[in-house]
Design a protein around this ligand. Structure first.
Ligand code: NAD
Length: 487
């Protein structure tokens, strides 16, 4: 199976190959086969990308916002028309089942482009009356923004960064994860087909060293990273040294709290979505499932029954509900946590092993796993695993469970299940998390701001909120009278 792009990078509206960068392979996680060989960006590619982004940004900033919006919406239509082709590519690159990629990847990227395309003509400033003078504000672009992607939602992440950046009149250079380099190139093609001026959206490939070089580059005005907390700390430190504006979307260890009056089947559906969708490789996952002790055994019994019906298999078969993990490295990491969980005394309810899948002996499959009797201090309750590993912790008291839920360095997301409306809001008010759900989990419509408290991030993506992170406000004082001076 091959998915080799025309060249590794997309700069100035065309594909471009590196002459001297480090080569690396993109693998299909279900088989370990090489599907594409990419060559990371060398200095010549970096220079070309910066030069074309500078030129493109000038043209784009002078383009009326309504026209910018039309181009974004046209790009959304192209992604929708090509959804199946793009979903297959995303499945090959990530291993996520086609059942998911058909609805959650290019499709959500299209939602994002359409949303910001719609906002384009509505981004206005303020008039401020000062008596004999007035002021007005205008929203201006930052310049060239650098986006850095993670591997779990490659095209969605590229759209979540590009759409608000572009609608504000910026250019973007985007570096996908080296693990999933392919779909961002297709997004670049779609932008060009929709009429985006050359150089406004460019794709550079490479590892963290290419990322760091770009973060430090004097012509980059802003950096937006989606990645892990350790990478976030490095990017923030480097960006801080150069006083770059920064948005960080990082990891989590989010709580999902289920009270004894909850609708149990819905709560189990949410726990499944919060731990097993995308084989558990979602930053906002509710991996600490606090279940009231009064319903714990019933909850575990039904959760185990339903988890056993998951279909692990060929990711390209639409009946498959769980695909492999993205890489051998991620499989090794998850297997390590499965061992640590058992060694530290958690009770294995189901799963716990690498999964054997017919016809895919070399795939990075792991069984969806449920641990019960997990305590707050266990490693599996404290560290982000990024795999299909669900930990159930017991609780009896509302105040106590919220304190425990907040006792983490992360603060990306949180959820609560209860039929008591006052309790739901009381608990949400106290939870330290940027995105919260009541009686559902992991829905992230583009209209809703998304981002982390504490070490889970800085800034917000999505919704109107993202506009503030991709633009700067210029205040202009206008004097209508004379100017007084001391002498
Ligand atoms: P990662 O941190 O290993 O890599 C993320 C990106 O950063 C990659 O493109 C990588 O090449 C780049 N990078 C690495 N070192 C760098 C450096 N020093 N300077 C600049 N760039 C550098 O993350 P990952 O393994 O690709 O993704 C998984 C992580 O991402 C998890 O922790 C997950 O929670 C997080 N994530 C967060 C969100 C969110 O929106 N909050 C969404 C998806 C994933």
């Amino acid at each position: 199976m091959r998915a080799q792009p025309q060249a590794s990078h997309y700069v100035g509206g065309s594909y471009l190959e590196s002459q001297s960068g480090t080569p690396f392979d993109s693998l299909y996680p279900a088989t370990g086969e090489v599907i594409a060989r990419i060559v990371s960006a060398d200095d010549a590619i970096v220079d070309a990308a910066i030069k074309s982004a500078k030129e493109g940004q000038k043209v784009w900033a002078a383009t009326p916002p309504a026209e910018r919006g039309r181009i974004l919406r046209r790009t959304a239509e192209i992604l929708r028309e090509k959804n199946r082709e793009l979903s297959i590519l995303e499945t090959l690159d990530t291993g996520k089942p086609l059942q998911e990629t058909l609805i959650a990847d290019a499709a959500s990227g299209a939602d994002c482009l359409e949303y910001y395309g719609g906002l384009a003509a509505t981004l206005t400033g303020e008039h401020i009356e000062l008596g004999g003078a007035f002021a007005y504000t205008k929203r201006e672009p930052l310049g060239i923004c650098f986006g850095i992607g993670a591997w779990n939602y490659p095209i969605q992440i590229a759209c979540w960064k590009a759409a608000p950046a572009l609608v504000c009149g910026n250019a973007m250079i985007f570096k996908p994860s080296e693990v999933t380099p392919l779909s961002a190139l297709k997004l670049a093609e779609a932008f060009s087909e929709a009429g985006l001026p050359d150089g406004v959206f460019n794709v550079l490939q490479g590892f963290g060293d290419v990322g760091a070089k770009m973060v430090a580059h004097p012509d980059i005005a802003k950096v937006s990273l989606t990645g892990s907390v350790p990478t976030g700390a490095k990017v923030a430190a480097l960006a801080g040294e150069h006083l770059k504006k920064t948005t960080l979307e990082l990891g989590g260890k989010s709580p999902l709290i289920i009270f004894d009056d909850a609708d149990i089947e819905n709560a189990i559906s949410a726990a499944i979505n919060a731990n097993f969708y995308s084989t558990g490789q979602i930053c906002s996952n509710g991996t600490r499932v606090f279940v009231h002790s009064g319903i714990k055994e019933e909850f575990l019994k039904r959760l185990a029954e339903r988890t056993k019906t998951a279909i692990l298999g060929d990711p390209l078969d639409e009946a498959t509900s769980i695909g492999p993990l993205v890489s051998r490295q991620q499989l090794d990491k998850v297997m390590h946590y499965l061992k640590v969980g058992q060694n530290e005394g958690a009770r294995l309810v189901c799963g716990g092993n690498a999964a054997k899948v017919d016809s895919f002996p070399d795939g990075y499959f792991v069984e969806p796993t449920v641990f019960a009797d997990v305590s707050d201090d266990m490693t599996i309750a404290r560290e982000e695993i990024f795999g299909p590993v669900l930990s159930v912790l017991d609780f009896d008291d509302e105040t106590d469970v919220v304190d425990r839920a907040n006792d983490t360095e992360f603060g990306l997301a949180a959820g609560v299940f209860t039929r008591d409306i006052q309790r739901a809001h009381r608990v949400i008010d106290r939870l330290q998390a940027g995105t919260c759900w009541i009686n559902t989990y992991n829905l992230t419509p583009i209209e809703m701001p998304f981002g982390g408290y504490k070490k889970s991030g800085i800034g917000r993506e999505n919704g109107h909120a993202a506009i503030d992170y991709y633009s700067q406000i210029k205040s202009v004082y206008v004097e209508m009278g004379g100017v007084e001076a001391a002498f």
